[in-house]
Design a protein around this ligand. Sequence first.
Ligand SMILES: Nc1nc2c(ncn2[C@@H]2O[C@H](COP(=O)(O)OP(=O)(O)OP(=O)(O)O)[C@@H](O)[C@H]2O)c(=O)[nH]1
Ligand SMILES: [Mg+2]
Length: 344
Amino acid sequence: MKFLDQAKVYVRSGDGGAGCVSFRREKFIEFGGPNGGDGGRGGDVVVECTDGLNTLIDYRYQQHFKARPGMHGMGKNRNGPRGDDVVLKVPQGTEIYAEDGETLLADMTEVGQRVVLARGGNGGFGNAYFKSSTNQAPRHANPGQTGTEMWIWLRLKLIADAGLVGLPNAGKSTFLAAVSAAKPKIADYPFTTLHPGLGVVGVDGREFVLADIPGLIEGAHEGHGLGDRFLGHVERCRVLIHLVDGTGEHAGKAYKTVRAELEAYGHGLSDKPEIVVLTKADSLDEETRKDQVARLKRAAKRTPYVISAASGAGVRDVLRAVMAMLDGVDAAEAERADDAPWQP
Ligand SMILES: Nc1nc2c(ncn2[C@@H]2O[C@H](COP(=O)(O)OP(=O)(O)OP(=O)(O)O)[C@@H](O)[C@H]2O)c(=O)[nH]1
Ligand SMILES: [Mg+2]
């Protein structure tokens, strides 16, 4: 599935219909009274949060959304029907910003949530409305109010419980594939993942949602690599799983590079509880593994989990730790035995 995390669209609510000027005309009735109906209200611009979509890709193909105008009032006191709303369907986690990109208009977090972004213009009153004791035959009616137009930004921030972070090639997508039904692209080169993916992870009869995002490199916050734009997707995660490639040069340095980017990004990312994991242990000899664990431990100031997503070894412990942290057990890390033995 292609992924787009941001889109700018034009929306316009419907104009109100005009009121009608009309008089009753019937045989044998000489001075029929006013009977012009009111114009209908224009349609609203509505955003609706829907299930089962993880992307704003549809907004690449259509950027203009206009609600229908209300119909004009008619004779015989018939009011114009209301214009149809235009409904923008967005995935859970979409934020709606004003054109300035800063003013938050709506945060679509619950499936089924509906927010009216722009109300349709009111219909005008027909001349029947203006009839009074002093004016029995008003010859005027109101025009309808015009609709409201604006440009808005849609920004998708996936809602996941836990998010995978790490350098490119660390094994993030492999991890997601190993623990969920998700089928992300996996390959032996950096920046295989170009857009975030989600998976539902089951552990001990319970579930959490895990997000995989593109790898980070030094300078990501300045736009290097794919930049830090995808970090928005882990902003709402409660736990970060920081994967460090065991086959990389120096696990401690790799860890620090990513931490520096998390800190530069801000938005509280670097304050989130983090689970530190050394990956690809199946392709490390014992000495290298111990060296990498020691380096990572020094950098992260805690004992890392050691896993092989390829064989599944160690993976369950990581998932349990995530679950414990989601349950608010911050001590999950502390409970971990120091230098827990590696069992392939
Ligand atoms: N031997 C071994 N190889 C692994 C393991 N996990 C991942 N790999 C390999 O490492 C390479 C990169 O894996 P990915 O899962 O694509 O890495 P990523 O972190 O998602 O990379 P980006 O999407 O580029 O950020 C692939 O060739 C995987 O097969 C593992 O546990 N053992
Ligand atoms: Mg990947």
